[in-house]
Design a binder for this molecule. Structure first.
Ligand SMILES: C[S@@+](CC[C@H](N)C(=O)[O-])C[C@H]1O[C@@H](n2cnc3c(N)ncnc32)[C@H](O)[C@@H]1O
Ligand SMILES: [Zn+2]
Length: 276
């Protein structure tokens, strides 16, 4: 796997303790094994992305196994995307990629997140993987590096994903459907506004070839895990004082997850096929 210097774009030499380029830019390998390739220019705040508290909440909730059906579906879809390297963009604390790595041990798995806290957790969880702090807007890899790019509940940057993907590769996007976590929403909002959400977005440079909606129920039996679930969602930022008070009283939550899987291939592949 070739990794590019985020400052000048030269290929990095990957030493055990330090990665460096011919122009003298260097990046330390952290004790936990990840490398922070985020430059000051790429940051919009001191510590961009999910905070330590959000990352810890996500880890504790996901480790509870409630989202195991998502793992099952993910592995099923990834089995069909070829054997080359897999990049998970916005990988968070690495729960899904660690599960994929267990199920498909032959796959080279690379996780990237803008949050240093998230990547640190991921590296501890799965020392076998390659974990980098970097932004989805400027991925530190040469063109055509991956046979699959995965993006789960995180920001899709089509042009950049297309660039690092092989021309016969696949992009798997996983997002929350409009009816995701209605149980939680019913507690925290007095009235739920149904906003239109495009669950099958058209992406420049890609053709969507397959989609599937996964729905499953789960039950959370402690207020701590209910609060952890909240911290994993955008509602964490939107919740009102009254909503937070109602959630503080909630000891059990019966809810339904609604998760959309969209599989895309690079459009030029279809155009080439059409021309034959
Ligand atoms: C909702 S979380 C999803 C995490 C993980 N994919 C999961 O499903 O458990 C979104 C993640 O995207 C990361 N993120 C936000 N902006 C990003 C960017 N520009 N580049 C890379 N990651 C980003 C956040 O730090 C966070 O870990
Ligand atoms: Zn450099």
């Amino acid at each position: 796997m070739r990794i590019l210097c985020p400052v000048c774009g030269e290929v990095l030499k990957l030493g055990e303790r330090q990665w460096y380029c011919v122009k003298g830019h260097s990046f330390d390998v952290a004790r936990q094994g990840y490398v922070n390739l985020l430059t000051v220019n790429q940051k919009h705040s001191k510590n961009p992305g999910d905070t330590r508290q959000m990352v810890a909440a996500r880890k504790e909730f996901l480790d509870g196994g409630y989202y195991e059906p998502i793992v099952q579906m993910l592995v099923k879809w990834l089995r069909a995307t070829g054997s080359g390297p897999l990049l998970d963009v916005g990988c968070g604390e690495g729960y899904y990629l660690a599960k994929v790595s267990q199920a498909l041990p032959e796959k080279q798995c690379v996780g990237v997140d803008i949050s240093k806290e998230a990547v640190r957790y991921a590296a501890v969880r799965n020392p076998k993987g390659l974990w980098l702090t970097a932004t989805a807007a400027q991925l530190p890899f040469p063109d055509n590096s991956f046979s699959c790019v995965l993006c789960m509940f995180a920001m899709t940057v089509p042009e950049e994903f297309r660039r690092v993907l092989c021309s016969d590769g696949a992009f798997l996007q996983v997002l929350a459907g409009p009816d995701h976590l209605m149980g939680l929403k019913n507690i925290i909002y007095p009235e739920i506004l149904h906003k239109e959400k495009n669950i099958h977005p058209q992406l420049p440079g890609f053709t969507r070839i397959q989609s599937q909606t996964l729905e499953f129920s789960f039950r959370v039996n402690s207020n701590r895990q209910v609060q952890n679930l909240l911290a994993m969602t955008p509602h964490y930022w939107r919740i009102t004082k009254e909503g937070a008070q109602r959630l503080a009283q909630t000891q059990t939550l019966q809810d339904t997850a609604q998760v959309i899987f969209n599989l895309y291939t690079p459009t030029d592949l279809h155009e080439e096929r059409d021309m034959v």
